[in-house]
Every structure is written in C-alpha cells, then in structure tokens.
Design a protein around this ligand. Sequence first.
Ligand SMILES: [Zn+2]
Length: 265
Amino acid sequence: MATFLKPDKILTVKVGNSTLTIKQKIIPDGTLSTKDICEYVKTGQKIKPQAKLSGGIGKPKGITIHNTEMIDVPDGTNPAEQYCRATFPNLNMGGVVVHFWIYKSEIWQQLSEDERGWHAADGSTRRKSQRADGSLIGGNLDTIALEIIESGEDKETEETAAKLVAYLLDKYGLSPKTDIYTHQYFKPSKACPYYIIPHLNRFIKMVTDFYDEIQTAKKPVVPAPTAPEIKKWYRVQVGAFSVKSNAEALVDKLQKQGYKDAYVV
Ligand SMILES: [Zn+2]
C-alpha cells in the first residue's frame, strides 16, 4: 500500500503579503465505505455527508477550528498528509471528515469548501451564532473545518492556520470578529482546539491581522495627491473713479512719478 498521497491539485493562494500552498485530495463524491467506520458510516455507506453547506447553498457561514495531536510519520511525508490519508483511503479516522489538515507550512484539503463535513459532533443541529442578528449555525451543517496539528502551541502551524482562516473569511465575505468558531462552541463538553483555547484571543488577533493585510492588498494604488498650486494676488490700489477719464488721469500721474506698471482695471 502506498505510504504517501499524491495531491490531485496544488493551489497557491495569496494572503496579503504571503502565499499559501494548498494540496488538494478531495474525497470523490459517491465513495462508499468498505468497512464499518462508526455508527453513522457502515459498510456500503457514504464516507462523507456529500451535501452542500448552509442548507444546500454551499456558502460557509463560519470556520471551525480544531486541534489534533502530532503523529510520528516516515521521512518524506508529514502529519497533514498522513491524517488525510488515514481519513481516505484508509478509513481510520472514526468517521471524522474535515476540509483542511494543517501542519507547519503544509495544508492538505480533503473536502470542497462548499460541502459539509463531520467534525463538530453536533449532527444536524444548529444553535445561536456569534452574530448579533440572531442567526443560527451548525458546525457540521454550515462551517468549514480546519484540523490544526500540534501537541502544544506550535507557532509555525498556527500561523499557517491563521492565514488560511483569514483567506477563507475574506473569500466568503465573513468576518474575523464573528465567524471563527471553536469545536467547543458546538460541543461545550469538548475542549477543542485544546492547545489554542488558552490563547484563543491571540489566535483570532493573528487571523485579524492577516485579514486586514488582505484588505490592504486589495485596495487600488492611488497616486499621492499633489498640493494644488496656490494662485493668490495681492493688489495695491490708489484710487477708484466713476468717470474713466479721471482714472486715466491718475494713471498718467502715477506713471510720471515712476510707477510704470500702473493701469486701469
Ligand atoms: Zn475538534
């Protein structure tokens, strides 16, 4: 059995001043399980929900972040690739199916961004969202899932994850203020993402900074405005007349006195 996965597609996306490389190995629609994986996936059943997010629309309403532990892997591969491979084709992840696996600078994508996964333990239920508009959200039903692989705070991995979250928020018109969710939000008894929860605000701040970088990079470059040329005249007047000949007489007088530039307006 092959130990490595070959991505079907490698995408390079720009995130503000940096780029991310995403290796895609999307589980094909219609893939059926060859074994009993968990209580909701038995032999002969679909190994992913195979349904669109947000009630069939396919547009995510949020991003759900998870942590999963580091694993030892052979040389020439990395944990993101191996978790991906464990999910499919190996069917060894107990029914968990997520969109992205992240380790260091490595990102593997296993579900399309418009389809549902199984990761938030909330089945097909929704609860109140973090938005003030009273809308509802379900982790599985409405969000894109990221599995951030670390056993303790791994700065490089979290930075890659933060960039990916910022990229997805921007791409789908979502906000770092309201649309980042933890697994725990959907299942309060589950301390996930275990290593990020203690510094969740710092993680969200990092996402926000990358998100702002994207917004800045999008703004068209306008040349710096040049200061308008100041045209202001100071006049010196020595008389005002209702009869033109009187004015001309004064000009005459002034010119004789040496004011050569005197004239009638
Ligand atoms: Zn989780």
